[in-house]
Design a protein around this ligand. Structure first.
Ligand SMILES: Nc1ncnc2c1ncn2[C@@H]1O[C@H](COP(=O)(O)OP(=O)(O)OP(=O)(O)O)[C@@H](O)[C@H]1O
Ligand SMILES: [Mg+2]
Length: 250
């Protein structure tokens, strides 16, 4: 589904990505791990058109998106969560979910606000109900987002990304600042994106309890390169990985 080929990125005189290559297969969950500053977010920015690579190509669904601006990449079907939460605190949970859904309401529902709501609630459970259930916020549907716990805001944002209905969902450190139970729940939620919705997922994570719970293909980055790929079992005894990452801040 996604291929990054020999990506080089420099900031001034400093090279941050050194010919990095990465492949993500359709329908899989993949997690990028690596120490602070190794270039994970820079890679995400290049994949989503938020930054331009100095060298290399990005291919998404057989299309060269290397030079596409971010809005066009999003339209191609890449939905991305940034490190900072992207929800609207002064709006309710439902209103936040309506933002991505509103663009997908068919002609029938477009005439009025009540028409849009009817359309959204029309299916057996309704798309909105389904998303509320996914992020565990059914009971808080009409609460303002600013009153939610940190973890709940992150889950809401993941549900919003799903609502945009892209093929590839990219999450940058979704468990940052979360408690252990919240982290476990986030791993379950990310897994459901794949098992229930057939999405392809690429996630950046530091938290090893999340990585363990997610149980997916890992891509290890060190100093601007992908140095290992495999399951946690396959890489966790690798001396270079242990020295650089697993034995450290993890
Ligand atoms: N716009 C920029 N201008 C100059 N240097 C930058 C810029 N963005 C990132 N860098 C540098 O590039 C390197 C990689 O940063 P990046 O944010 O990609 O790392 P990261 O792996 O996401 O780290 P973290 O785990 O802390 O989020 C860092 O040394 C950072 O200071
Ligand atoms: Mg980062």
């Amino acid at each position: 589904m996604l291929e990054a080929r020999s990506i080089v990125k420099r900031f001034g005189g400093i090279t941050v990505l050194h010919g990095l290559s990465l492949t993500v297969q359709r329908g899989t969950v993949n997690c990028i791990i690596g120490p602070n500053g190794c270039g994970k977010t820079t890679l995400f920015n290049i994949l989503t058109g938020n930054l331009r690579a100095d060298e290399g190509e990005v291919i998404f669904k057989d299309t060269d998106i290397t030079k596409m601006p971010a809005y066009q990449v999003a339209r191609m079907g890449i939905s991305r969560k940034f490190q900072i939460p992207g929800v609207y605190p002064e709006l309710t949970v439902v209103e936040n979910l309506m933002i991505p859904l509103a663009g997908q309401v068919g002609q029938a529902g477009k005439s009025s606000k009540s028409g849009i709501l009817q359309t959204l609630f029309a299916r057996p459970t309704g798309r909105l109900g389904e998303l509320l259930n996914l992020c565990g916020l059914t009971e808080k549907a009409t609460d303002k987002v600013e009153t939610l716990a940190h973890g709940e805001k992150q889950w809401l944002e993941i549900a919003m990304l799903l609502a945009y209905d892209g093929d590839l969902i990219m999450l940058d450190e979704p468990t940052a600042g979360m408690s252990v139970p919240e982290t476990q729940k986030t791993a379950e939620l990310v897994r459901r994106l794949q098992t229930e919705y057939g999405k392809t997922v690429l996630v950046i994570e530091h938290d090893m309890s999340f990585v363990r719970a997610l149980d997916c293909r890992l891509v290890v980055m060190l100093r601007g390169r992908v140095v290992r790929e495999g399951t946690l079992d396959e890489i966790q005894n690798d001396p270079e990985v242990v020295a650089a990452y697993l034995g450290g801040s993890a």
